[in-house]
Design a protein around this ligand. Sequence first.
Ligand SMILES: CC(C)(COP(=O)(O)OP(=O)(O)OC[C@H]1O[C@@H](n2cnc3c(N)ncnc32)[C@H](O)[C@@H]1OP(=O)(O)O)[C@@H](O)C(=O)NCCC(=O)NCCS
Length: 196
Amino acid sequence: MVLRPPRLRDARTWSEIRLRNEQWLSPWEPTSPHTWEERNSPGSWPALHSALRSAARRGTMLPFMVYYGGRLVGQMNVSNVVHGALRSCTVGYWVDSVVAGRNVTPTALALVIDHCFNEVQLHRVEVDIRPENAPSLRVVEKLGLRREGFYERFLDIDGAWRDHIAFAVTYEELYGRSMVGRLAALPPEPSWRGVR
Ligand SMILES: CC(C)(COP(=O)(O)OP(=O)(O)OC[C@H]1O[C@@H](n2cnc3c(N)ncnc32)[C@H](O)[C@@H]1OP(=O)(O)O)[C@@H](O)C(=O)NCCC(=O)NCCS
C-alpha cells in the first residue's frame, strides 16, 4: 500500500472510480447543489486538486491518494488540522467498492495516524461516522479507536443534517507503539459490535 499526495494527472483514474461508485459513495458524501457527474468528472479534478494542495501548503490538511496493488483505489483526507494546545485533526476516507473488505482502509488509517503523531506531531486524531455506516464503524473498531461522543445533526451529508459518532485516539493510548502494530496485534473479532 502506498499513500501519496494528489497529483494533477490523477484526474482520469480518480473520475473513473468516482463515477462508477456513485451508489457506493454518495450516501456518505457532503451535500452539494451539483450532480454527481458534475462533481466527479475529470474536468472537476483540477479545482479540487488545487484546493487540496493549497490547504496542505497552509498546513490545515493532509490529502492522501490511496494506492493498493499499484492502482489508485481511494482517498484519505486529514482535515481540520489544528496546532497549538489542541494539536488535533479529523480523518475522512473512501475506497473503490471493488477493493472493499480487504483491510485497505484500516491499514491506510493506521499509517496516517502514525504519520500524524510522529511526523506532524499531532496529539489526537478523530474520525466521525454516521451510525448507519457499518463498514466504517468496523474500520475504527479494528484499530481500537475510542468512542468519544455522539454529535446530533453534525454534518450536512447526502441532503440532510446527519448524526455522527465521534471516535478518537490520543498519542498516549498507543503506549509508545505504532497504530500499524496495534492493527496487526488486535484480535479480528469485534470488541464492541452493536454499541451505538
Ligand atoms: C467505509 C470504507 C472506507 C471501509 O473500507 P474497507 O477498505 O472496505 O475496510 P475493511 O476492509 O476494513 O472493511 C470493513 C467492513 O466492511 C464490510 N464489507 C466488506 N466488503 C464489503 C462490501 N463489498 N460491501 C459492503 N460492506 C463490505 C465488512 O463488514 C468489513 O468488515 P470485516 O473486515 O470485519 O468483514 C468503505 O466501505 C467505503 O469506502 N464506503 C463508502 C464511503 C464511506 O463510507 N466512507 C466513510 C465515511 S465515514
